[in-house]
Every structure is written in structure tokens, then in C-alpha cells.
Design a protein around this ligand. Structure first.
Ligand SMILES: NC(=O)c1ccc[n+]([C@@H]2O[C@H](COP(=O)([O-])OP(=O)(O)OC[C@H]3O[C@@H](n4cnc5c(N)ncnc54)[C@H](OP(=O)(O)O)[C@@H]3O)[C@@H](O)[C@H]2O)c1
Length: 305
């Protein structure tokens, strides 16, 4: 699989990341087969969060991969913290406690990447900085990033945080592409021109922050998968036509569309199906033409001015 450097760091990561949010839908043998296949296919970057399955997903993963010192060397582990029941919490105490819990559940001594999961309205950048410094000094976390943050929120953090923010995990799919369409429709009177994210896409490109699109196959907020959905007939016709041309599945083309963007994104896929996992990974070898990329963009109902 092709790789990219994560943000401004020297960490080389596969272009497709494997998400762990749904691993608790598998039994033990299925989970072992799934992570083994991912490793065989070069998909050794795993995304977790302390809240997935209430912590169970991280435990299931570390058991399935038979975590050991030698396994740990072959994989890149990312996890997230900062979401609590009914609130968000970027306090120093919560971040430090969360990381200890994550490391215990993943059965490892360090995370390659820690992301702050969702913006905390009560964030104190100085407290985050103290937590990050402590985690870096102790060797518990090597790189830091955020998720679902806009440019000003990142700038606010950076007022105190000295480590580079290497990643920003954001919802992005062909059918959830407002960060792209608002850039295309700048200053128009239409709905697509509404800038909901403070131009986060350009900001991340300018500051070498890798965008990790989450839910790359969903429309709405986990409403369903757009592939094969009768809600998107034109999009599916267009994707199927391009898939046939390349001799791949529609799943491959949906990921290839994200990878074609010059921001050099790293989609985080959520499938727990081995064939679909392989199809997502195949996207690493496909470079869509400009014509194909725009045809898919338009077929989803995204507009050009
Ligand atoms: N930072 C955040 O706030 C945030 C939020 C949500 C998720 N995430 C991360 O992003 C990852 C992906 O999220 P997600 O699971 O919602 O993403 P997704 O890849 O868009 O959705 C995967 C789901 O769609 C199903 N699916 C059905 N048909 C499919 C097809 N043709 N191709 C691919 N999937 C198909 C999968 O079922 P099968 O298993 O049967 O294939 C699976 O249940 C998570 O694991 C998590 O790591 C982050």
C-alpha cells in the first residue's frame, strides 16, 4: 500500500487507516482473521478511541492481534480521548487518565498518535499543553492531533501546545463533502457556499496537517452507506461505470475519490468485512482522472457555480 508522512512528522503511514469502532461486532475468530488480513495487506495503521464500545473495542483489538513487543513494532496505533457522557473534557487530568486507560486496554506502552476527539467548549490550551508535555516526556505518546476541529480551535490550542498537530480527523465522504463544496462555491448565494468549518481543508494543507476522513461511506451522521443506496441513483451509476473501467468494485472507487484529492488524506475505514477491507486497500493503486473526480462530485448532487 502507498504511504504518506503523517502531517509534518517523519512517521510514514499507509494511506488507508483501519478504524476500530465496529470491531465489537465480530467474534474472537473473526476479529483475529480481520486484523491478520489487514496486516498482510499492509494496512498496519489502526484508529481507536477510548469510547468505542465503552473501551471494549480497544481490548478486542489487542487480543485479536495478539499484542506483544514484536507485534507492536509492526503496527501504528492511534487513539482518541476527550468525549465523556454528556460532555467533552480536555482537562489535563482527563487526558492523562484516558491515555493510561487506552494503553492498558491496548496492552501497549505507547501510542504513536493521540487525537483529541471532539472540541471541548471549556478547553484551556495551557492544560492541554501540560498534558501533552507529560505524555511526550514519559514516552506514552509520540505524536499529537485533533479531530472535528476548525482552524481557529487548532490555532487556539497551538497558542500553548508546542508539539505539531499532525492530524485532524473529520467527517468526509462523497456525500458529506461540504469542506470541498464550500471552497468551490466561494461567495455564491447558494447553500453550498456556506462555510461551516472555517476553511479547514485549506488550513490543514497550509499547515501540513493530515486530514483523516471518517465514515467515508456514510451519508448523514451514520444514516447509511451511499453505495447501492436508492437515495443516490446517479452517484451509483457514475461510480459503477468508473469501477467497471478500472476493473474494481464501487468500494474501491469511493476511497480512490478521497485519495485523489491533493491534500493527501488518510481515510479511516470502518468495514469489518474482509473483502471490503481489501477493496478499500486497492484504492491505493488507483488515480482517478480530474474528469472522473468531478463527475463523481457532481453525481452526488454537489454543485458547481
Ligand atoms: N473522529 C470521529 O469523530 C469519528 C467518528 C466516527 C468514526 N470514526 C472513525 O472512523 C472509522 C470509520 O467510521 P465508519 O465505520 O462510520 O465508516 P464507514 O467506513 O463509512 O462505514 C462502515 C460501515 O458501512 C458498512 N458498509 C456497507 N456497505 C459497505 C461498502 N460497500 N463499503 C464499505 N462499508 C460498507 C460496513 O459494514 P461491513 O462491516 O459489513 O462492511 C460498516 O458497518 C471508525 O472505525 C472510527 O475509527 C471517527
Amino acid at each position: 500500500m502507498k504511504t504518506i508522512k503523517l502531517g509534518s512528522s517523519s512517521l510514514e503511514v499507509p494511506v488507508v487507516a483501519v478504524g476500530g469502532m465496529r470491531i465489537n461486532s465480530l467474534d474472537k475468530a473473526e476479529a483475529e482473521r480481520f486484523v491478520q488480513t489487514a496486516l498482510e495487506e499492509g494496512a498496519n495503521f489502526f484508529d481507536h478511541a477510548d469510547i468505542y464500545g465503552g473501551g471494549a473495542c480497544e481490548e478486542i483489538f489487542s487480543e485479536a492481534i495478539h499484542m506483544s513487543a514484536s507485534v507492536r513494532e509492526q503496527i501504528i496505533l492511534q487513539s482518541k480521548c476527550g468525549i465523556r457522557q454528556g460532555m467533552f473534557d480536555f482537562s489535563k487530568e482527563h487526558i492523562l487518565n484516558s491515555v493510561d486507560g487506552i494503553l492498558k486496554r491496548l496492552n501497549t506502552e505507547y501510542l504513536d498518535v493521540l487525537l483529541l476527539h471532539r472540541p471541548d467548549a471549556l478547553v484551556e490550551p495551557e492544560e492541554v499543553a501540560e498534558a501533552f508535555d507529560q505524555l511526550e516526556r514519559s514516552g506514552k505518546v509520540r505524536h499529537f492531533g485533533v479531530s472535528n476541529q476548525n482552524p481557529m480551535q487548532i490555532q487556539l490550542l497551538k497558542k500553548a501546545v508546542k508539539q505539531p498537530i499532525v492530524a485532524n480527523q473529520l467527517q468526509l465522504s462523497i456525500t458529506n463533502a461540504t469542506m470541498i463544496s464550500s471552497g468551490i462555491n466561494v461567495n455564491m448565494e447558494n447553500e453550498s457556499a456556506v462555510n461551516r468549518d472555517g476553511s479547514v481543508l485549506d488550513f490543514c494543507r497550509l499547515h501540513d496537517i493530515t486530514i483523516q476522513p471518517w465514515s467515508p461511506f456514510q451519508y448523514g451522521f451514520f444514516e447509511g452507506v451511499f453505495l447501492g443506496s436508492d437515495k443516490f441513483p446517479e452517484l451509483n451509476r457514475q461510480i459503477d461505470e468508473i469501477a467497471e473501467k478500472y476493473g474494481v468494485s464501487n468500494t474501491t472507487i469511493a476511497i480512490a475519490w478521497l485519495l485523489r484529492h491533493p491534500a493527501r488524506m488518510q481515510p479511516v475505514i470502518g468495514t469489518m468485512n474482509i473483502d471490503r477491507l481489501k477493496d478499500c486497500i486497492k484504492a491505493s493503486d488507483i488515480v482517478l482522472t480530474r474528469e472522473e473526480w468531478y463527475a463523481i462530485y457532481r453525481a452526488a448532487g454537489n454543485i458547481l457555480p
